[in-house]
Design a protein around this ligand. Structure first.
Ligand SMILES: [Zn+2]
Length: 193
């Protein structure tokens, strides 16, 4: 089994729910797990990962992984919102994965709402993490294509085309297919759904 994994998908594709289920199953089998999330994610309660379908689990909140190590008896580390960490944090995970038997499961987004890859996500690809795409469908009503992109909207419902790559909370985002992204972000093409 590969020991460094990246489970990626758009917002709302059940990444956190899968993380919680994975940890639950490992614990049930007697394998100790640790769940980590980045400090800047304040969407819900601190020290918990919370999925939209209602399941949650305790988590350690860290702003950096640079000096972090798993406990000696930990078998699997599960990290939510990995895109909010830094490339150097990914290098720390590589060091842990390659110098211990701990399995590291990262969960997060590949790209932001300007179609740019997150630095930590790029680093995971560069270092050869095993990639697992988690699929969901476009959130534009009636569209059944694969959601691959994010659109960010302002308070008046207009598409935001600049700004911070890292924004906390997802109430102003939609996960959409590439065609709808190009149509709504760039004004390309006809509505073809
Ligand atoms: Zn679509």
């Amino acid at each position: 089994m590969a020991n460094l994994h990246f489970h990626y998908g758009t917002m709302g594709c059940s990444k956190t729910a899968q993380l919680v289920i994975n940890a639950y199953n490992q614990n049930k089998n007697g394998n100790k797990t640790e769940i980590i999330k980045p400090k800047l994610d304040n969407r819900f309660s601190e020290n918990m990962v919370n999925s939209r379908i209602g399941i949650s689990a305790p988590a350690t909140v860290l702003s950096s992984l640079d000096r972090w190590s798993p406990a000696p008896d930990t078998k699997m580390v599960l990290i939510d919102e990995i895109q909010f960490f830094r490339p150097s944090d990914i290098d720390r995970l590589v060091h842990i994965a390659d110098n211990s038997s701990v399995i590291i499961m990262c969960y997060g987004l590949m790209t932001d709402s300007n179609e740019h890859i997150f630095p930590a996500s790029r680093r995971l690809i560069e270092v050869g993490a095993k990639l697992h795409r988690m699929e969901s469908t476009c959130q534009i009503s009636g569209c059944m294509r694969l959601a691959t992109h994010h659109l960010r909207f302002d308070a008046t419902g207009r598409v935001v085309r600049d700004g911070d790559q890292i924004a906390v909370g997802d109430s102003n985002y939609k996960s959409v297919c590439r065609q709808h992204f190009n149509m709504m972000y760039r004004g390309h093409g006809e509505k073809t759904r």
